[in-house]
Design a protein around this ligand. Structure first.
Ligand SMILES: NC(=O)c1ccc[n+]([C@@H]2O[C@H](COP(=O)([O-])OP(=O)(O)OC[C@H]3O[C@@H](n4cnc5c(N)ncnc54)[C@H](O)[C@@H]3O)[C@@H](O)[C@H]2O)c1
Length: 290
């Protein structure tokens, strides 16, 4: 499926922490190019799936003796996927701090808030290198938007970037857009998903207006989208998944003391109103426009 890794990295050991959608896909890709990949997850089921499908060699019993730690754990509250939650990530960092190999690289692929990478560097005492390389994975288009698409990379120190450029760029052959700090990489992911949230919320707003004024949303949308620089999204069932709602919340926390009015804040209210609109129409069996 993937080209073989031509560099001699047989003695390098990789630990993927978090074997969900992102971690599993990372492990699958890295194993397919001949790298030595172990895995760790708090879910036995996630570990078993990775072992059964041979995308990892072993379940890690500890964090000792790895050259690369790739963190892919979820960063939302377990009971509420709309709320950011970084405690699990800090626990992982403390474990790496006790057991991790000096000079190894910690790559954070999970989506995180501004300043998280620096906090992790502090926990590690910069004994290991720290970079943030947010993922842009899209499960339905893995060929173009999987592990090996252009990724933004920002490190805590120049030495961290150097190590990461080798691992992500040369060993994994991922096209990189390197930025001047981990903070810019953190914000890149949060802002790109907030922007997308806003675009979808606009479609939801337009759909509500159309439904309440007997205008055919789809016909209007198709007509508007014939213009070269406009793309109105589909309005579906509300903005779900564990990325856009949580990441736009991260944006609101980042911007909260700066703005009086926020487009993202308004977009979140529109999305809530849209879900209510759908539920109300369904309960009253009122037709939606197409
Ligand atoms: N799925 C995507 O399309 C996508 C795209 C871009 C970014 N992201 C980001 O990547 C991160 C992971 O997303 P995902 O879709 O793989 O999530 P997921 O829910 O599919 O998998 C997360 C895995 O992490 C494990 N985990 C949680 N806390 C842990 C801990 N403390 N220690 C060890 N394992 C732990 C869970 O058991 C689970 O297997 C999130 O921050 C998400 O926002 C996801």
């Amino acid at each position: 499926m993937f080209e073989n890794n031509t560099l001699n990295n047989n003695n390098k050991k990789i630990l993927i922490i978090g074997l969900g959608q992102i971690g599993y896909s990372n492990a699958e890709y890295m194993s397919s190019i001949g790298l030595d990949v172990d895995g760790f997850d708090i879910s036995e089921k996630a570990i078993q799936r990775a072992l059964d499908n041979k995308v990892i060699h072993n379940k890690a019993s500890n964090f000792r003796n790895y050259d690369y730690y790739v963190i892919c754990i979820s960063t939302h509250r377990p009971e509420d996927m709309f709320v950011p939650y970084l405690d699990g990530l800090y626990d992982i960092a403390r474990k790496i701090s006790h057991e991790g190999k000096t000079d190894a690289l910690v790559g954070i692929d999970s989506t995180i808030t501004r300043g998280t990478s620096e906090e992790i560097k502090k926990i590690l005492g910069h004994r290991l290198h720290v970079v943030h390389v947010p993922h842009r994975f899209y499960i339905h288009e893995q060929k173009d938007h999987g592990v090996r698409q252009t990724r933004v990379l920002g490190g805590c120190e120049p030495c961290c970037v150097k190590e990461a450029r080798y691992f992500y760029g040369e060993m994994l052959q991922i096209p990189l857009h390197i930025v001047s700090s981990a903070e810019i990489a953190e914000l890149t992911k949060v802002v790109e998903n907030s922007y997308r949230f806003m675009e979808i919320a606009f479609a939801e707003e337009l759909k509500m207006v159309c439904d309440n004024t007997s205008v055919d949303f789809n016909e209007l949308r198709n007509a508007i989208n014939t213009k070269w620089n406009v793309k109105i999204f589909e309005a579906q069932k509300g903005i779900g998944g564990h990325c856009l709602p949580k990441d736009s919340q991260m944006f609101l926390e980042f911007s909260k003391n700066v703005l009086v009015t926020s487009l993202i804040g308004a977009a979140k209210m529109v999305d809530k109103q849209y879900r209510f609109h759908l539920a109300k129409r369904a309960s009253q069996e009122m037709p939606l426009t197409r």
